[in-house]
Structure formats: C-alpha cells, structure tokens
Write a protein that binds this ligand. Sequence first.
Ligand code: C2E
Ligand code: MG
Ligand code: MG
Ligand code: MG
Length: 292
Amino acid sequence: RAKQAHRGASQYFSAAMGTDARERFKLLKGLRMSFEDNRLFLNYQPQVDLATGRCLGAEALLRWRDEHGKFIPPDQFIPLAEQSSLIVHIGEFVLRTACFELRRILDAGHAGFRMAVNISLAQFRHANFLNSVQSAMRDSGVPATNLELEITESIAMEDPTFILRVLEEVKQLGVTVAIDDFGTGFSSLSQLRRLKVDRLKIDRAFVQEAQASEAGATIAMMVVNLGRSLGLTVIAEGIETEEQRQHLLNLGCHEGQGWLFARPQPAEQLEAWLAQEGERAAAAAAAAAPIS
Ligand code: C2E
Ligand code: MG
Ligand code: MG
Ligand code: MG
C-alpha cells in the first residue's frame, strides 16, 4: 500500500512538473523572441543620499513586455533566462544599454553619477565577462568609476573562492561592486570581509520589518552596523515611506532607493527628473527653513 501511495504521489508530481516544464519552455521561447525583436528595455531607479535626497545614481532594471503587450516581471523571467545561455546575451545588452545611458547622463553634466547594473551568476562565470564589461565601457566612453555591478548575496556566497578572484579583477578595472539583497543570503562574516566590495544593499524585507516589530528593528540595526563596521557604504532598498527613511537614517544608513524617492522609469523620464534636481532641492530647503 505504501508503494502504491508513493507511486500515486510521484505520478502527481511528475505531471505537475510536466506542465511546469512546458510553461517554462514557452516562456523562455517567448523571451528569446522578444529579445531578438528588441522588446526588452531598461528602466532606471534613482539612488539618493538618505540625508539630503540628492541623487547619487540609478539602478538599471530590466523590463519585458511580450508580443501581446503583457508585462512580465524580472523575478519571473530572469531565473528562467539564467538556465540557458540567453542570460549572457541579455546581460550584455543590459550592460551596454546602461553604459550608453550613463554616457548621456554624464554628458548632461551630472558628474559622479553612478550606474548600477545587476549581474547574474551565469554572466559572472562566463569566460568573456570581464571583456564584455570593458568593451561596454570603452564603446560608450564611460569611466569605470561611474559603473557599479550588483551581485546578490547568495551568488557571492555560492562560490566564494571563484567570486573572490573575479571581483578582484573587476575592482582592478576601477568598477565598484555592491552586494544586493543583503541579509537574505546567510553570508559568512569572514567571507564578507574577504570580498572587497564597496556597498551593501539592505534587502527591502528588512526595511519593512524595521518598523513592524522590535526584532525587525534590531535586525535592521545589526545589518546597518555590520556594513558600517566593515567600512562599506550602506544603501537600503524599497523605501516607501518618510518614516522608513527617517528610521534608516537614524540607524546610520547612508543611501536609499525606493518609491518614496522615485519609481523605476524610462531613460527620458530619469533625465527629466535629474534636470529638475535643483528645483527639488530648493523646495526641500524652503520647506525645512523656519517660518519667519
Ligand atoms: P533587485 O536588484 O533587488 O531590484 C530591486 C527591486 O525592488 C526592483 O524590482 C524594484 O523595482 C523594486 N523596488 C524598488 N523600490 C521599491 C519600493 O519602494 N517598494 C517595492 N515594493 N519595490 C521596490 P524589479 O524591477 O521587479 O526587479 C526584481 C529583481 O530582478 C531585481 O531585484 C534583480 O534581482 C532582478 N533584475 C532586474 N533587472 C535585472 C538585470 O538586468 N539583470 C539581472 N541579472 N537581474 C535583474
Ligand atoms: Mg539590484
Ligand atoms: Mg535587491
Ligand atoms: Mg531582489
């Protein structure tokens, strides 16, 4: 009987997997088609100084609108692309597009602007990775110091010895590195210290939990302190409210990214938003000034 029950369960399981696999295959096929038809594009989300609100840079975020106009979120298609060589080609497209946009922003006079690009493990592992970073910078004419690569904490910990080696080469180019989704990937502290990164991005789960409970507040505090004590810049992602901004600022967090400041947006919108920065600063200063 046990055997029968087992067989029943495994039949159910494989049937479910079959549907899943077919669906994944369809999605991947659609993604490949969309990529070839130039239906993938980037949005950019500003990263700001938490104390002053001044824009320091932006993160490039990949977007896919399929042939029916349906928006498919990156959390759904990137893991899929990562299972095929497609991620390498898409990743290169992201890197180059972001670098050319960075060039436009620098040309518009926003010196020091930092463009952050997400890199997945398969890209990182690819033999041509460093070359593709270098040629994206060369072809767009951006300095390495204005480019940042984001790798998730789980990637960084998956293969620390290998990652350490590539990161060293990346750093030699002058490109900065951020650990993304920090706090979710069970970093070993000694590993973290060995990876010479520039920035820790606190996952938005901690930003939300910082206010939800005392335990959440304690964890958020510890994560910020950890980053600071390693001498890193700490940036919090997913800041949606003024209370969250204030809370993280009080904890000693340096930078922020989230809907409170700006949504991910098309390049032209980001450029317009940057152009209005002076007016926003003046308005903020006026609002903060004592009423006479
Ligand atoms: P991520 O790198 O951690 O990016 C931050 C995510 O948080 C983005 O989701 C962004 O839209 C979202 N977000 C920003 N501010 C807020 C906020 O205030 N509230 C909330 N609730 N969410 C906020 P998105 O764009 O859906 O991207 C999801 C993930 O997909 C990214 O997480 C990243 O891991 C991956 N991804 C996106 N673009 C790329 C890419 O070009 N290459 C690779 N390898 N991965 C990418
Ligand atoms: Mg990221
Ligand atoms: Mg993140
Ligand atoms: Mg994430």
